[in-house]
Design a protein around this ligand. Structure first.
Ligand code: AVJ
Length: 374
């Protein structure tokens, strides 16, 4: 079997179906991308297919609609304080803009984390230990993970997890060629939801999650804590977590990282409205919104908004939304932690901090936590 696609909870799998080359777990049943992807699969369990047929409705640009996206947008814009979920930033254009953000001088996060990884990868690999299964959250093209994969002693399996299937399978083939001794088991999944670790041919001594990029910062504190508990549960006792977090620092440095002089972040934020227009048939006048960033240094949190510069109405699938002048639509949080603060939150999930690495300016940190539950 090459591929499993499902919107069923991972527990619904008979374990025999799990040793596939790829497992797709999604939370929404109707999506054009899943539909087309499914057609490429050589074999798939027939009982999983029905829910995955894409659902055609009248659309100018696309044949079908991602209903989860539509629902989240309609619900978010119906709140007294309007909001859009930042997980929808990453369509093709958004992912491209994010790559550009990562190369900005002002966006210190990516290069600083990379520098920490490059310098300390051997120590990190030693901390993770021999014979592990490495599960990466938000793996993208996995290029930056190669140094870690190579440093790990007798790595049994590498499980890249991403919601975007685009790169994932191509990446997997490439990794299999590069590392023939490692079982590469990509999973298309929303890692915010609980999932099961795939079955491997050889039994790993333990599993470790690699969660780079300060992505955990996108989640509100309660959700971040829940995610840590979920990770601990999925990994089991002695499971490891190697996680990148952005640290609290001088507010002007942080603000500049999210409000860059070339306005790439502004474009990235505004692309969400373009995406609604493109994929959900919305009619936002995107020029009448602007990017706005705030940093609350008391809680260490960046807040990103789209602010309406006019009194205006936008329509999505027949539903009208009114925006007053200066009205803000919340789009993203990016939490900045202290090492102590993050360790405390992780301790509630029974993760204890074994080691951490930072850059000389202490801008960013990579933490190694171990699930001490027995
Ligand atoms: C991908 C969540 C790490 O919060 O820094 C970058 C996303 N948003 N610029 C971050 C982001 C605007 C980024 N993370």
């Amino acid at each position: 079997m090459d591929l499993i696609t499902t919107n069923l909870p991972a527990e619904a799998f008979p374990s025999s179906t799990i040793s596939a080359k790829a497992v797709i777990i999604t939370n929404h049943s109707h999506s054009i991308r899943q539909g087309s992807f499914l057609r490429q699969a050589s074999i798939y369990p027939h009982y999983l297919t029905d829910a995955f047929l894409s659902y055609p409705i009248q659309q100018p640009e696309s044949k079908s609609i991602n209903h989860a996206f539509l629902k989240d947008v309609l619900v978010g814009l119906s709140q007294p304080k309007k909001e859009l979920n930042c997980k929808y930033f990453y369509d093709e254009r958004g992912s491209d803009l994010f790559d550009q953000i990562c190369q900005l001088d002002e966006y210190y996060l990516t290069r600083t984390e990379q520098m920490i990884m490059d310098r300390h990868v051997d120590e990190m690999a030693y901390q993770i230990g021999t014979g592990a299964m490495l599960v990466e959250f938000g793996s993208g093209s996995s290029i930056k993970t190669r140094t870690l994969i190579e440093a790990l002693d007798s790595l049994v399996a590498y499980v890249p997890v991403d919601i975007s299937e685009d790169h994932l399978l191509k990446t997997a083939d490439d990794l299999r060629q590069r590392y023939p001794d490692v079982e590469v088991l990509p999973m298309v999944a929303d890692f915010t939801r609980e999932f099961q670790l795939p079955k491997t041919v050889r039994t790993p001594s333990h599993a470790a999650v690699y969660f780079p990029g300060s992505t955990i910062g996108n989640f509100p504190a309660d959700q971040a804590a829940q995610m840590l508990s979920m990770i601990a549960r999925v990994l089991g006792p002695q499971g490891g977590l190697l996680i990148g977090i952005d640290l609290q620092k001088e507010p002007s440095i942080i603000k500049a990282a999210y409000d860059d002089s070339r306005n790439i972040t502004a474009e990235f934020n505004l692309n969400l409205l373009h995406r609604i227009n493109r994929q959900l048939g919305g009619n936002f006048n995107v020029d009448q919104f602007r990017h706005h960033v705030e940093y609350d240094s008391n809680i260490g949190r960046v807040e990103i908004y789209l602010v309406s510069t006019h009194d205006q109405t936008a329509t999505i699938q027949g539903q009208e939304f009114h925006f007053g002048i200066g009205e803000a639509v919340f789009t993203e949080h990016s939490h900045k932690y202290t090492i102590e603060g993050f360790s405390q939150m992780a301790a509630a999930a029974e993760f204890s901090l074994h080691k951490h690495w930072t850059d000389p300016e202490r801008q960013f940190a990579v933490l190694h936590l171990v699930n001490e539950r027995c």
